[in-house]
Design a protein around this ligand. Structure first.
Ligand code: IMP
Ligand code: MG
Length: 179
């Protein structure tokens, strides 16, 4: 697996140190209320596991699955909810977690859905935020790292379902895409 990596962008130690800081900020702002953490599968799993163990407050965890269908052009992306039953969110203070903020479609669609379902408040946390023009007007309330518009894998992020279990964030070798 490591052999497919061109370069490590953010190593594990650096990620964990940033999560310490993120957790502190979240505790300052949300620490006095009971939080419902909602994670977007599958990419948010690794990030959530490390972040939530840094939040020593009462909280619950729910997950949901979405698929983003990006058509021929950027603007034709549609986010589809895949769960038969979505989490109960009415009146809850939510911390919505995803691996990465890219076009913004996923975070925007899920955030909107949770608000429609009666959530009291939705704050968003992502590991990575790509610095680019987004298709949707959305930014993360908390993000660990900003990055360029580059495709990355590891620490939850996949390419064709693989590399999520790499402990760092890295860039794949060009040859992997042509296999
Ligand atoms: P958005 O809806 O375009 O903001 O993209 C969000 C989703 O696209 C994320 O939850 C990821 O699953 C996926 N994604 C975006 N950029 C990357 C990347 O660089 N590597 C792996 N997955 C990505
Ligand atoms: Mg993904």
């Amino acid at each position: 697996m490591d052999a497919d990596i061109e370069k490590v962008l953010i190593d594990e130690e650096v990620i964990l140190r940033r999560l310490d800081v993120m957790a502190e900020r979240i505790l300052e702002e949300l620490g006095n209320e009971e939080i419902l953490v909602v994670g977007i599968l599958t990419g948010a799993l690794v990030f959530m596991a490390d972040l939530l163990r840094r939040l020593p407050v009462p909280l619950q965890i729910e997950t949901l699955s979405v698929a983003s269908y990006h058509g021929g052009t950027e603007s034709s992306g549609v986010v589809k909810f895949l769960d038969a039953k979505l989490p109960e969110v009415e009146g809850r203070n939510i911390l919505l977690c995803d691996d990465i903020l890219d076009t913004g479609r996923t975070l925007k669609a899920v955030r909107t859905k949770l608000m429609e379902m009666g959530a009291a408040r939705v704050k968003t946390a992502v590991l990575l935020s790509k610095d680019k023009d987004r298709a949707e007007d959305v930014e993360a309330d908390y993000y660990a790292f900003g990055m360029g518009d580059e495709f990355v894998v590891g620490y939850g992020l996949d390419y064709q379902g693989r590399y999520r279990n790499l402990p760092y964030v890295g860039v794949l070798k060009e040859e992997v895409y042509s296999r």
